[in-house]
Design a protein around this ligand. Structure first.
Ligand SMILES: Cc1ncc(COP(=O)(O)O)c(C=O)c1O
Length: 393
């Protein structure tokens, strides 16, 4: 690696796991289930609004903070969870990954400790590595994937700067209960911690569950940075549109970062149409994810030695192969080579994710059925101990 590269970039050299995933991407004809990219098209009225905005001349630089009417609409949208926001509490960004980056860029110092209840979204690990923060994993309790509130308390040290909470959780599908939200909030207030509350799956909750925002708890609005994304909500991954909602002081801090991170003008205009609705297609997507999660969980649990909990939210399943004693990297390598299915190993989401893999439910049920069949046949071979494939060899 060139000596001219910064320490931050040097830290981003691929880990062994990332190298295996990178190699697997070269396999021809594989079913790619690496990312949570919905298979649904963006609802047509949103696309129409973007086309009209382009034709209507929304092709100039957008204002630095983003369009005020969009910011106001986002504030009102998230306000339904009981947080008092206005347009000045909202910053649109090109995707929520960028939002996350900006939140950490504006608050973290090298050596700060950041607590992650794990398993959790894999990019947090990469971004924190980039910033040189120390990651403190607090494993969730696997039975039901519940937060370990005592463990979280014990993990706080003098150096702890923040907790990054992913609710609903990717990859476990955990939806925080009232007790869990209060538990994190009380701890953050008591120990004066910041909280990044990643709520990008807030529209995908099942069995009548209700989304609760950490920002709505007493004492939390001024210490919480909420992350939202249109990628999942409106199946708009390629548009790149996300948001930070936070106290005005944070938002002004984010705006001081001297790079042009604004989303395109016409995309911001279309975002207003997205929020205005109709919302039927979002509802239909949620219903379809609901069907898929039931289907896939059932299929996985029918396989001998496999255990899969029914996710409460988001659109992933996170089955365990512990009873078969198959580690996540080994399974991922064999699935890629022999089953032509590309997935992330559970280990990528934290140490407690070992023996699991993550399957995003972003394919129609027919195709998920094919994934299940191939997985079962790879497991059969592994159980027999037949020629375990290794990508890395
Ligand atoms: C929990 C979570 N946060 C943030 C993101 C980033 O989404 P985007 O950058 O497309 O808004 C993802 C994407 O998978 C995610 O799962």
């Amino acid at each position: 690696m060139s000596k001219h590269l910064s320490d931050r970039i040097r830290r981003m050299e691929l880990t062994p796991y990332e190298r295996v995933v990178r190699e697997s991407m070269g396999i021809q004809g594989a079913i790619n289930l690496l990312s949570g990219d919905p298979d649904f098209p963006t609802p047509d009225h949103i696309t129409q609004a973007a086309v009209e905005a382009l034709r209507g001349g929304w092709t100039k630089y957008p204002p630095i903070p983003g369009y005020e009417d969009l910011r106001g609409a986002v504030a009102e949208y998230h306000g339904r969870y009981g947080v008092e926001w206005n347009a000045n509490n909202v910053l649109p960004t090109p995707g929520s990954s960028q939002a996350l980056y900006l939140c950490l860029e504006s608050t973290l110092r090298e050596g700060d400790e950041v607590i992650l209840p794990t398993p959790t979204y894999l990019d947090y690990f990469r971004i924190l590595r980039y910033f040189g923060a120390k990651i403190v994993e607090v494993p969730m309790v696997e039975e039901g994937w519940r937060l370990d509130l005592e463990g979280l308390k014990e993990a706080v040290s003098e150096k702890t700067k923040m907790i990054i909470a992913c609710n609903p959780n990717n990859p476990t599908g955990t939806v925080y209960t009232e007790g869990e939200v209060k538990g994190i909030a009380d701890l953050a207030v008591e120990r004066d911690l910041l909280v990044v509350s990643d709520e990008v799956y807030n529209e995908f909750l099942y069995d009548g569950r209700r989304h609760l925002s950490l920002a709505a708890e007493p004492g939390m609005r001024e210490r919480t940075m909420v992350i939202l994304s249109f990628s999942k909500t409106f199946a708009m991954t390629g548009w790149r549109l996300g948001f930070v909602l936070a106290d005005e002081e944070f938002i002004r801090g984010l705006q001081r970062i001297p790079i042009g991170f604004r989303p395109s003008s016409f995309i911001q205009r279309a975002a207003i149409a997205a929020l205005k609705g109709p919302w039927d297609e979002v509802k239909r997507m949620a219903e379809e994810y609901d069907r898929r999660r039931r289907f896939m969980t059932e299929k996985l649990n029918e396989m001998e030695g496999v255990e899969c909990q029914l996710p409460e939210g988001a659109f992933y399943v996170f089955p365990s192969f512990r009873d078969l004693n198959i580690k996540s990297m080994e399974l991922v390598e064999n699935l890629a080579r022999k089953g032509k299915i590309l997935v992330h190993p559970g280990l990528a989401f934290g140490e407690v994710g070992e023996y699991h893999i993550r399957i995003p439910l972003v394919k129609p049920i027919g195709e998920l059925g094919k994934v299940a069949e191939r997985l079962e046949s790879v497991l059969r071979e592994l159980k027999k101990g037949e020629g375990r494939a290794k990508l890395s060899s």
